[in-house]
Design a binder for this molecule. Sequence first.
Ligand code: ADP
Length: 489
Amino acid sequence: MNAKTALFKSMRARLTFWYTAVLALVLLVFAFSTYSYLARAAGQRTDDSLSDTARALISNFNAELGDENQPAADAVREAARGFHFPDRQVIVFDNRRNVIVASDTSEKLPFGASWFTSPAAQFRLANLLDSASRVGRAYDTFFDSPNALRVLAVAVRAGRQPGYVFVVANPLRDQEKALGQGRKAFYVAIPLALLLASLGGYFLARKSLAPVVTMGEQAARIGASNLNERIPEPQNNSELGRLARIFNELLARLDEAFAQQKRFMADASHELRTPVAVVCGESEVALSQDTRTSDEYRESLAIVNDEGQRLTRMVEDLFTLARADAGEYPLVLADFYLDESINECVRSVRSLAAQKDLEISYQPSAREIAFRGDEPLVRRMVLNLLHNAIKYTPGGGRVRVSVKDDQRQCEIVISDTGPGIPLEAQPHVFDRFFRVDKARSRDESLNGSGAGLGLSIAKWVAEQHGGRIVLDGSNGEGASFIIFLPHLR
Ligand code: ADP
């Protein structure tokens, strides 16, 4: 069992545990409230029944008292004699707390007829009688006998004679028995319900986590070498189905990014090979001949130097793109005048244009353009486009640069009278390492890496500033690139 299987196993156990724990809590609350309700209802029933008995007894007493006009004590005895309660006892006290009459307790009753004579019971009974004398009636529960007793005491007046207290005692045996049975039912039913529920919960968790286990095992097998594989997607729109789809989409994006990186590495090493080969070849030739003039050495060194510079630029461009991909090239924003910056770029390439007998013109905007952005990167973007225009425009041609802005964005146009970019190549000009004509790009050694990275970097810079570059038509009469840069607020 590997770590992942163990994780899912413990997840299953945890799900079951929580499910059972919550259910146990619900059942306990349910059992507790049901039990308390039943106990209260049973207690109320007993009290009502005691009260009925007391009422009947007292009305009997009153009748005896009125009819016969006999002494109250006799009326009490008569009234008590008329009642035979198989399961309860009647005791009547006079106002000095002497027992006037205490009915017999049948063998059905679980306590003796004189249960109230025990010291503990006497103490409680005295309190009960006091309460009854004060407020008319009072209830109490006696726990001293083997079975608890519920006792009602009712104070009764006897005309002008001293009053009496009628006490009716009822064992709680039946009530406790019924509640005990209820308790027992809960003791059995709750653990049984929990056991069944936890078994059911475990199997449910196992069943619903089974696709996760499969997905996890498959995901564990996916690595850099088989990023094209996907995890199985459950054929429904459940959460797991969506999770699998999202995971697969993530894999697809990783796969694409990985493939892009591999292409980048392969293209980069391919591009680096040529200048390195030229440097090695040229230096070997120079070293292999014993007698060479200093001019010949100079020529060789110039070639080595050219290729060295080309290599440096290429490595710089590659480094820029690699950092950009890794998100490690944050913009350093500053305020500057965009028109002035572009003017300086144009000035810096004038001698280059003059070498090729190209006319280069700059049309600034009507007013200064205060801009916020990463000035070195903006210059690099403009220079890449300018170098391309000069590189690909044949001698005698023209390069035009203009800039204008409105409230929202700036627009920089760089156009030339070169061969332009063929229609079929236009969608790819901003792709890395893309060159319309590899020989042409490399032959011209006018600045620029010649590796097909200049436009990719320019596009990245524009996008980093929230803008874009478009190739605005190129129909064999030159290329025209427009850079749109929004004003960053
Ligand atoms: P490179 O370093 O090869 O110039 P870029 O990314 O700057 O790479 O340009 C990609 C390709 O687009 C170039 O190789 C070239 O074929 C074409 N291109 C770019 N700018 C121009 C232009 N002004 N005129 C004609 N072709 C161009």
